[in-house]
Ligand binder design. Structure first.
Ligand code: PEP
Length: 248
């Protein structure tokens, strides 16, 4: 399976940063065995797409409905209209701060699909849940309820992001990552049959140029969702290089 490396700029970036997006897109061209994308603030999608052409640009969330009285929200169709080809849904920062639940996230994934976008559906446990031995249960429950029945068919991937590893510099141990990704893979295969084996499972949580090779080599780690280390080409490119080296 081709590795999928996706940057998440979160609430960072204005027109001043278009040059950096261009640098990332240009670096990505050298890694032909890797799929890559950058999820930027909605305000930058249109300009980024116009400026860089063929590199995949995505959003970081979408509303579950196509239009209506939802002040401040952006629909999947609007993301697509701006030129996005994918969107993250269910990032833990939104699950926490916006109180998004699995049912919302499932509806958002379906909305993304209906708008022709690839969806990255995020799941992950808190530190408290991991320390109390509930990580597998919590993540598999999130997975079951956040994925629509239509999830097979190559329009969606899953990102396992332990909440305590996001933006903290703390990375989940290789055994824990392999155990979780293996459990997610089994759940996908059980629910979607052979097509469940084709759904990519990304790891997210303080991935960087130093730890990417080890993480991406683990069983069922089909790529990475990267926050901090995606903000510059200098930091993002070594992750692409690690993924490319594993693809040979
Ligand atoms: C993320 O935002 O999804 C993420 C994984 O962030 P970071 O790489 O900074 O931990």
């Amino acid at each position: 399976m081709r590795k999928f490396i996706v940057g998440n700029w979160k609430m960072n970036g204005t027109s001043r940063d278009l040059k950096e997006i261009e640098a990332i897109a240009s670096a990505a061209q050298d890694y032909v065995s890797v799929d890559s994308a950058l999820c930027v603030p909605a305000t930058l999608i249109d300009r980024a797409v116009r400026q860089i052409g063929s590199f995949s640009i995505g959003g970081q969330d979408c509303h579950m409905l196509t239009e209506g009285a939802f002040t401040g929200c952006v629909s999947a169709e609007m993301l697509g209209d701006a030129g996005a080809v994918l969107t993250i849904v269910g990032h833990s920062e939104r699950r926490t701060a916006q109180h998004e639940c699995d049912i919302d996230i499932c509806a958002k994934a379906e909305a993304a699909h209906a708008a022709g976008l690839h969806a990255i559906v995020c799941v992950g446990e808190t530190l408290n849940e991991r320390e109390s031995g509930k990580a597998l249960d919590v993540v598999l429950k999130q997975l079951g309820a956040s994925l629509p029945d239509t999830a097979a068919g190559n329009w969606l991937c899953v990102a396992y992001e332990p909440v305590w590893a996001i933006g903290t510099g703390r990375v989940a141990g290789p055994d824990d990552v392999e155990e979780m990704h293996g459990a997610i893979r089994s759940a996908l295969a059980q629910r979607f049959g052979e097509e469940g084996n084709a759904i990519r499972i990304l790891y997210g949580g303080s991935m960087n140029g130093e730890n990417a090779a080890q993480l991406l080599a683990l069983d069922n780690v089909d790529g990475g969702l990267i926050g901090g280390a995606s903000l510059s080409a200098a930091k993002f490119e070594p992750i692409l290089a690690a993924a490319e080296a594993l693809s040979k």
